[in-house]
Design a protein around this ligand. Sequence first.
Ligand code: SAH
Length: 340
Amino acid sequence: MPAVKVPRREAETVKRKLKRLGLYDGKRRPKRGDGYVLLPVINDPLIEELDYEVLPLELSLRPERQLYKNLEGILAGRLSREELEYLRRYDVIGDIAVIQIPSEIEHRTEDIIWGLRKVHPFLKVIARKGFHKGAFRIREYSIVWGEKRLETVHKENGVWVKVDLSKAFFNPRMKGERYRLAQLVRDGERILIPFAGVLPYALVIARYRRVKITAIELNREAYKLGLENIELNREKLKGEIEFIHGDAFKLLPELPTYDRVISPTPRGVDALRLTLEKANGWLHYYDFVHEERVDAFRRRIIGECRRLGRDCSVRIKKVSDFKPHVFKVCADVEISVRSD
Ligand code: SAH
């Protein structure tokens, strides 16, 4: 697979263009050099017509793709080429593998189980995943192999996270995001996390930084797991976590403001004004946005800030693909008192 070499400052624009043309290879990682970026593209004669410098390079696969490639390699002898096309990326959470099995390869479930156990001999449960439901964002699962449980302890960013996938939301793919936020935080900050779930953000940040975190969660099961997680990691945590069971919309108006607010907003919930009002320095607001609505989203945030009598600068970062043309994004909002 080739790569195109573009100056650093043009990288984002070219990447978007390549994506629009269906030429970008999202399975691979871009690579930064001195003043330039190498962008992975698929093998297609169109690339040569675009007037970029094209290099015959194999950029490395994203780590999750690598894992998936291992499974694909192992199953290559059992599944046909067409069937392999239907294999999806999967997750390993503690000793549970979670995989989506499209109906086209449902009859291959036994082979997939065999392949997963070969790649990950320590697995105790293999579950097929359905969709997230309701305000608590709990997914539906069916166990296709192993012990009949969806509870496990997952290791991430140096902390233990006890989860029960049948009772509370947890997404291992946000690992990089949690690390990114932990790096932005400074010792001494006071941080508010509504929609805190089983506390993955709070734990990772408190592991690295001497901070005071107030976290809020409405789902009682998630709340109980979160309390257990504080105990599980007690020795490792530099920061303090206060965890409150309740409705963020009722509790936040009663709380003071914080140096930083992190809102892993549940899909379909609008908590922008609610969280912005509580942020004195930074707000990290997660939402699901159509690619054509990103600018409108930015303008909405700036408008809300102005209404609250503040100035802000907004950087919107794409976190993951949610469905075609819709991304999960994080708006990093830096808030200051208005100068005029
Ligand atoms: N921060 C966690 C969970 C994100 S999912 C993580 O990243 O793993 C959103 C969470 O918000 C869910 O756990 C859901 O139960 C919780 N939630 C939904 N509505 C809420 C409300 N009104 N007040 C507090 N928590 C709420």
